[in-house]
Structures are given as structure tokens and as C-alpha cells.
Design a protein around this ligand. Structure first.
Ligand code: DGL
Length: 263
């Protein structure tokens, strides 16, 4: 079992921002990344749909022998992590917007949160907000259309910049000094965000924390791979030849991408 892969999934290329942290922290582990591109974006779908889809994706990864699952998607975590934990016999690590460290680090006491509509409409997110509203003002902003720009590899155009300007304005108007990237796609537009908010605003991402939690869970269950060089497999439910260029660009290196049909 220790030699088996860790299954990591997202609606598309966003989870690569988490996968990179996992690779850096756990270089010996074999990883299997599944981009559910055929169903992207999850953020515009109902939580029930995302839950169903996440269960099917998890089945595929388990069938490939995954010894642990990382839901590298805030929306899928909000919709499905509890259900996945009930159905899967392996550790399941989910994401959630890093509101806690953001609130603790905010001097102004005003934290902006960017996330998908799906994440924001979930009960899980409402509970997370409740825990911190007494400690800081939380300004929550859904970002429809942004994931699609990133999937298209459109990371620096004026169109993406003006979309971000529009979404960041309410946060800046309220005086937010900290911005939480509550979607795994958003780290890929962090340079654009930085350009808009300036150097004094902190931008908080969760990828590193998830890799540490994965390491902890593997240790707890005696699942770490002791030796070897971790191989990474990449799968997409979309058309590999369409997805490959942006995947290569975001991953920053050569990779092979296999088609994976869920139905
Ligand atoms: N990357 C995902 C997240 O973290 C969702 C993107 C989507 O809407 O498909 O929420």
C-alpha cells in the first residue's frame, strides 16, 4: 500500500497549484492527478451535482490504487468531503479557504475572500465564516468567469485584469489588508492580483498547508513511501490535446496527459 499513488483531483488545472506543493514536500510519493475538465467549472454547478461527480472521480482514483485522496478544489470539498470520507476507505484531505491564518494576520481586521459561487453558497463555508466573524470583518466575493479565463491560459490579458479589478474593488473599498485565495485556480493569477492590490496587502493561499496535512495523515496511517522517485500521472476527462498546453504551462514542465472517461 505504501508504494501506491496519492490521488489528487480538481475540476481542471487549478489543483496543479496544490499538486506542486505536494510534489515539493513529498518528492518520493507517486501522484495521480485527475482534472475533471469535462465538468469544469464546478463553481457554477449545484452542490449535489459536484458531490455526485466528486464521488465518481474518487472511484476512478481508488480503482487506480490510491492510498489517499486530496480534494484539490475548495468547491468539491465544500460539496463532497464529508460524503467522500464516508464512502472511501482511505484518508481524504480537503481544502478550505485559509480564513483562520488570514484573520490572525490581519492588522486592519478586514479580510477579503475570493471564491467560487459554489463554495460561498455551501453550509461548510457558512460555518467557517461564523467561526471568524467575531474576530474580523470578512468581505466575501464570488468570481464568476475567472476559472474559465485561467483554464483558457489567459493569465495576463486586459480582460482577466479588468475582471479581477472588478472583483477586488469591493474588498479594497472596505479596507481589506489580507486577501484569501479560496479557489485553487486563483494562485495562477496572483501576480495580476498583486499588481492591482499593491505590496501592502497580504495574499493567502492554502496549498502549502494541504501538503503538510497530507504528510501528517500519511504518517498517522503509516502510508509514507520510504524510497523511490515519485512518478506523476496526469489524467483529464476532457480532450487531452486541448488541455495539455495550459497544463504544461501551469505545471512548468513536460508531462504526458491521458484521457479518462467517467461515463
Ligand atoms: N478549483 C476549484 C476550487 O478550488 C473550482 C473551480 C471551478 O469552479 O471549477 O474551488
Amino acid at each position: 500500500m505504501r508504494q501506491n499513488c496519492i490521488g489528487v483531483f480538481d475540476s481542471g488545472v487549478g489543483g496543479l497549484s496544490v499538486l506542486a506543493h505536494i510534489r515539493d514536500r513529498l518528492p518520493r510519493e507517486a501522484l495521480c492527478y485527475l482534472a475533471d475538465t469535462a465538468c469544469m467549472p464546478y463553481g457554477n454547478r449545484s452542490l449535489e451535482e459536484v458531490r455526485e461527480r466528486s464521488l465518481r472521480v474518487a472511484e476512478v482514483l481508488l480503482a487506480r490504487g490510491a492510498k489517499a485522496l486530496v480534494v484539490a478544489c475548495n468547491t468539491a470539498t465544500a460539496a463532497a468531503v464529508q460524503c467522500l470520507r464516508q464512502h472511501c476507505d482511505v484518508p481524504v484531505i480537503g481544502m478550505e479557504p485559509a480564513i483562520k491564518p488570514a484573520v490572525h494576520g490581519s492588522v486592519a481586521g478586514v479580510v477579503g475572500v475570493l471564491a467560487t459561487s459554489g463554495t460561498i453558497s455551501s453550509e461548510r463555508f457558512a460555518r467557517l465564516m461564523q467561526r471568524f466573524t467575531a474576530h474580523a470583518e470578512l468581505v466575501v466575493q464570488p468570481c464568476p468567469g475567472l476559472v474559465e479565463r485561467i483554464e483558457a491560459g489567459d493569465l495576463a490579458s486586459e480582460r482577466t485584469r479588468s475582471l479581477l479589478r472588478h472583483y477586488l474593488k469591493p474588498l479594497l473599498d472596505r479596507g481589506a489588508d489580507t486577501i484569501v485565495l479560496g479557489c485553487t485556480h486563483y494562485p495562477y493569477v496572483a501576480p495580476l492580483i498583486r499588481g492591482i492590490v499593491g505590496d501592502d496587502v497580504r495574499i493567502v493561499d492554502t496549498g502549502g498547508a494541504i501538503a503538510r496535512e497530507l504528510e501528517r495523515q500519511l504518517g498517522l496511517h503509516g502510508l509514507q513511501r520510504g524510497a523511490g522517485e515519485g512518478r506523476i500521472r496526469f489524467l483529464t476527462t476532457g480532450e487531452p490535446e486541448r488541455v495539455l498546453p495550459v497544463m504544461r504551462r501551469l505545471w512548468g514542465g513536460e508531462l504526458q496527459l491521458e484521457a479518462c472517461r467517467l461515463d
